[in-house]
Design a protein around this ligand. Structure first.
Ligand code: ST9
Ligand code: ZN
Ligand code: ZN
Length: 324
């Protein structure tokens, strides 16, 4: 039986609380009742109906509008992957002020809660993965871990454990706190108005198409690609690095979530800036961070050595590990 209790080896003393806590035990007895938040159910339903309608408008949208939709998708996705995830949740590299501002704007366009809340929930997710204290506990099924967790009140343990996390690094970041303070004003402008206004103003797209394709459809698409990491990548795929945990290597998710589907690797080595041992393969986010380092806008990327990856795969993997 592999020694799963051994702590993961961090390459840097400057770490955050993103390592699984084996000492936590779920409370015994009946679970608290599930309280549905109907406002969210209605808004998410309307959003998805709007996105389906947006798909029907693709044939009438101009080429430039479609290119702009892809640009907004990639920009907002990077605000989540390179920003909220690898930088602010895991501190896997350091970013200069201009880069942090750029990522925070992309993150606002992604409208997935502010960076502070996203990173706090994500650290609880890693530390208490697949338990009551995990906000999107995949043990509760595909629907709950995908979208259901945003439609009901949180399990009290999520809040209790989240309140005990050390989050001073986030509080000390002026970009994070600025975005949090003005989030309700910034989101309608950056997530919906700008994606709609640019095609209308710049190349005469109809406001109707500009609203439903680059704004509503793009937003919903990026949301679902992100949620797949919590649902599909916690259910289907190999576990080459640690067969004792649920997160999996899922190629489809890796592709649609620009490099975030190497999820068995990521939960085993959460501090690795590449979220994978395969460099740029299917990993636009890693390409982006490397390019930012090349430009001098980022530095201090944390990465796990090949030897450590191999040793870990041999010790706790499911036998499917192939290097290269
Ligand atoms: C969205 C987020 O979509 C997506 C995150 C996905 C994460 C994926 C990770 C995977 C890896 C990365 C991959 C990226 C791939 C990207 C690919 C892109 C192509 N600790 O929240 P409330 C406190 S958002 C400590 O109301 P309820 C809280 O501060 C979508 N404290 O809880 C508050 O305190 P106070 C858009 C916590 O009432 C109190 O508790 N947004 C924590 O249970 C109550 O907080 C939405 O849809 C914590 N962890 O409501 C909005 N949590 O009162 C959704 C909470 O003192 N949210 N607290 O201020 C909501 O409406 C509500 O949060 C709720 C729960 C209904 C879900
Ligand atoms: Zn996960
Ligand atoms: Zn993570």
């Amino acid at each position: 039986m592999p020694d799963v209790k051994a702590p993961l080896l961090h390459s840097d003393p400057e770490t955050v609380e993103d390592v699984f806590d084996h000492t936590y035990k779920e409370k015994e007895g009946p679970k608290p009742p599930v309280v549905i938040v109907w406002r969210n159910v209605i808004l998410m339903t309307l959003l998805h109906i709007g996105a389906l309608y947006g798909i029907s408008l693709i044939p009438v949208a101009s080429k430039l509008t479609l290119i702009w939709t892809v640009v907004c998708s990639v920009f907002s996705a990077l605000g989540v992957t390179a920003g909220a995830h690898r930088l602010w949740s895991h501190r896997s590299y350091k970013a200069s002020l201009p880069l942090r501002i750029f990522l925070a704007i992309g993150n606002t366009m992604a409208f997935q809660n502010d960076i502070f809340e996203w990173a706090r929930d994500h650290r609880v997710h890693h530390k208490y993965s697949e338990t009551d204290a995990d906000p999107h506990n995949a043990v509760r099924g595909f629907f709950f871990s995908h979208i259901g967790w945003l439609l009901v009140r949180k399990h009290p343990d999520v809040i209790e454990k989240g309140r005990k996390l050390e989050l001073n690094d986030l509080r000390a970041d002026k970009v994070v706190m600025f975005q949090r303070r003005y989030y309700k004003l910034l989101v309608p402008f950056v997530c919906f108005f700008v994606p709609m206004f640019v095609p209308w103003y710049m190349w005469g797209e109809s406001l109707w198409v500009a609203y439903f394709v680059p704004a509503v459809l793009r937003y919903t698409w990026v949301l679902n690609a992100t949620w797949l990491v919590n649902s599909a990548a916690h259910m289907w795929g190999n576990r080459p690095y640690d067969s004792n945990i649920n997160p999996r290597e899922n190629k489809f998710v890796t592709f649609s979530a620009i490099g975030e589907g190497y999820h068995n690797y990521h939960h085993t080595f959460p501090y690795d800036y590449a979220s994978s041992e395969f460099g740029w393969r299917l990993n636009l986010t890693t390409c982006f961070i490397d390019f930012m380092c090349f430009l001098g806008l980022a530095r201090d990327r944390k990465h796990v050595s090949k030897e450590l990856v191999l040793a870990r795969a041999q010790r706790t993997g499911d036998g499917s590990h192939r290097s290269g």
